[in-house]
Design a protein around this ligand. Sequence first.
Ligand SMILES: [Zn+2]
Ligand SMILES: [Zn+2]
Length: 266
Amino acid sequence: MRLNFYSLSSGSSGNCYYLGNEFHGILIDAGISATSIRKFLKNIDVSMRTIMGVLITHNHIDHIRGLEVLTRKESLPAFTTDKIWKSILSPKNKISRDCIREIPVQQKFKIAGFDIEAFPVCHDAPETIGFHICAGEKKITIATDLGHICQTVAPYIKAANMLVIESNYDEEMLINGRYPPFLKARIQSDNGHLGNRQTSAFLADIINDNISHICLAHLSKNNNTPEKALQALQQIFSEKGIILNPHQQISILNRNIPTDILRLIE
Ligand SMILES: [Zn+2]
Ligand SMILES: [Zn+2]
């Protein structure tokens, strides 16, 4: 079985990720327009007809922008918790009610042969979840919006072969930047986002031979650069004497445009 991961867009302006094999796939979040999702998938020869569902992490617009159209025009089933559905649905929005699927937290469910488990993360939405997905012999954990890595989250991250984790802001850029104090405080809080140093320190603690891919995700447009996110990680790894194996790969996911496909199983 082949297994590909493809980030269509990552960051505060839109998040959408694809995981799929030669038969079918799933999306994680739909934070860009349905038109862009279709186009970016077509670029890698994936038809919308092979997408069996979209998993939704929370109600922020950078995760659900394209959801309404995907449910109405593609009849794509959308999976999230009851509480997150309540925070998304309103009389005004036109999400097709036929596409709503409720999922439990910390209990396995299946979509298209993938074993999936949602886990709670700390973030400033009514509820936010990450996903741990088992596909063949590979385990993928996706946690893109979280203020800190609490005890519930850590085991899902440690168990992953491939990790998509937020590295949202460079601490100095945020502190010295133009955001108002309340927003800086929100971002840095335990319910906000993970900074480069926080993410890097955690990764240095848990890195092990089973982790083959680390994707730094959800970079801030105003308070981070791909270079700074990577530098922070390299610095902590070198301070702690961590040397990656040749098969371990670090990627920085692009904002607004797709990142090259990662082939988890060739
Ligand atoms: Zn977000
Ligand atoms: Zn968010």
